[in-house]
Design a protein around this ligand. Structure first.
Ligand code: FRU
Length: 512
């Protein structure tokens, strides 16, 4: 007979969602600091005000991690795109800097990447200093309105003062459009073996690979992806990088591709391919129809990795926009819209189901830990700080559901965990507060387990209005937003599995 450790009311599935306007008003009137702003994340990067989407130009330079981002300074919805800018010395605390790139006569500044041109191949360097170069899409709103097909082209800009001021190249665009409406989001890497720059570019339903000696003249090398993986369109924000398969000494290449529609739980999402790259062509041995997701949650999009991380560090660090085009412009925040995910370090590992990408929160986040509490299974709810990191390992879990319920005093709950019947992790945000601001927001979302084993490990971060779950050491991830009328303040766990380890950390704000 299996022991009934305890049984929390199965009310987990029967929760009412009460909207509490008085709470909202109380918070409104106290607004002034981030703590009192409803839903404002406190350890994720968000713009102080106005609209943000994709991370752009992530590059490391002389002790600073740069984060540029799609930014509309005049509104809390998408509009003429600029590159906002922030820097961090530790990937955790961010200093916001003035806007880096403004729209110009060629159009809005869409997504792209940045690199340090160590060999000064571009000739933009001054005083023997390597220039920082941004490679981005110019989007002509007029061209789009006029019904042309070539309104997106690729351009470059350079900075000789560590990204503080920028000059756009007078020969822009450096890569003209041959008539593909969705032709954007250049990610550039230095390919050491062939000693040239490689650009991966999204072109509607595939990725185009270009090469260049000087970042100014680009040659088409090949296409990848027609018919591969998830075919929701448009394909956007690609990335391409090598990773060693953990412990094997074997190097493989990973291609990341975001898709605007048709992700596993609806709307936008990010898939990846594992293969080889010879400086010209990317090939994968995975079956054409196989889809691998970087993150299965609804709110992880347009993520790419940092360039120029020093060799001594050698991590491949990924960050994404924590939202979904299905409802990003309608989420119930007032002064600002959208935040980034926490930075994650990517690893390739061989599993019994083949090679897989694992994501781990970067260790720099550990500096945010304050108080820690051991978690035990008990009927008594656990006090939950608004900013929390939780790590648990369950034994004898493969056939047991593991249910978590976060709740607040106004009767709202976020329910998530492991559903043994379908061997999947899930997040149910139907009862987690405001859901009716847009179609496609509410729902119960699933993530297929990558490796089926008896032990289930769960590592998750809660930042007032988001959860990021790293299950099975990061083999399966889920990032989801929710908008409770009060921050969640307690957590209950219901399971017949054995809890082997459990710890909860209260985290501090990065803006303190
Ligand atoms: C992805 C995306 C990119 C584009 C940018 C525009 O979210 O659609 O393809 O460059 O956003 O803001």
């Amino acid at each position: 007979m299996r022991p009934i450790i305890y049984c929390l009311p199965l009310l987990f599935y029967l929760l009412a969602c009460a909207s509490d306007t008085t709470t909202e008003m109380r918070k409104e009137s106290k607004r002034g600091s981030y703590e009192t702003e409803a839903h404002r994340p406190l350890f994720h990067f968000s713009p102080d005000s106005m609209w943000m989407n994709d991370p752009n130009g992530m590059v490391y330079c002389e002790g600073e991690y740069h984060l540029f981002y799609q930014y509309h300074p005049d509104s809390t919805v998408w509009g003429p795109m600029h590159w906002g800018h922030a820097v961090s010395e530790d990937l955790v605390h961010w200093e916001r800097l003035p806007i880096a790139l403004y729209p110009d006569s060629l159009g809005y500044i869409f997504s792209g990447s940045a690199i340090i041109d160590h060999r000064n191949t571009s000739g933009f360097g001054e005083n023997d200093q390597a220039p920082m170069i941004a490679i981005f899409t110019h989007h002509s709103a007029e061209g789009e309105k006029a019904g042309t097909n070539d309104f997106q082209s690729q351009s470059i800009a350079y900075s000789n003062d560590k990204g503080r001021t920028w000059t756009k190249y007078e020969g822009n665009p450096v890569l003209e459009n041959q008539g593909i409406r969705d032709f954007r989001d250049p990610k550039v890497i230095w390919h050491e073996a062939s000693k040239k720059w490689i650009m991966v570019l999204a072109a509607f339903d595939r990725i185009k690979i270009y090469s260049s000696a000087d970042l100014k003249a680009w040659k088409l090398e090949s296409d990848f992806g027609e018919g591969y993986g998830a075919q929701g369109r448009p394909w956007e924000c690609p990335d391409l990088f090598p990773l060693e398969v953990a412990g094997s000494g074997v190097e493989k290449w990973v291609m990341i591709v975001s898709i605007g529609r048709g992700a596993s739980n609806g709307g936008s999402g990010t898939q990846y391919f594992i293969g080889d790259f010879d400086g010209t062509t990317f090939t994968t041995n995975d079956p054409v129809e196989k889809t691998l997701w970087v993150d299965w949650g609804k709110d992880n999009y347009a993520g790419v990795t940092w360039s120029d991380i020093p060799a001594a560090d050698s991590r491949r660090i990924f960050m994404a926009w924590m939202s979904n085009w299905q409802y990003a412009q309608n989420v119930p925040t007032k002064k600002w819209r959208s935040a980034m995910t926490i930075p994650r370090s990517l690893e390739l590992r061989s599993t019994e189901n083949g090679m897989r990408l694992f994501s781990k929160p970067v260790q720099e986040l550990e500096q945010l830990r304050k108080e820690s509490t051991n978690i035990e299974l008990s009927e008594k709810p656990i006090a939950l700080p608004a900013l929390a990191e939780i790590q648990l390992v369950f034994d004898n879990a493969v056939q047991e559901d593991i249910l978590f319920r976060l709740s607040n005093d106004v009767g709202e709950s976020l329910i998530f965990g492991y559903d043994a019947r379908v061997e999947s992790f899930f997040v149910n945000r139907n009862y987690a507060g405001k859901t009716d601001f847009a179609e496609g927001f509410s729902g119960k979302h699933y993530a297929e387990r990558t490796i089926i084993k008896d032990e289930v490990s769960l590592h998750f971060f809660i930042d007032r209005s988001s959860i990021e779950i790293f299950a099975d050491e990061g083999a399966t991830c889920m990032t989801e937003l929710f908008f409770p009328n009060e921050d969640f303040s307690q957590m209950e766990i219901a399971t017949y599995a054995d809890l082997k380890e459990g710890v909860l950390y209260e985290l501090s704000s990065i803006w303190e």
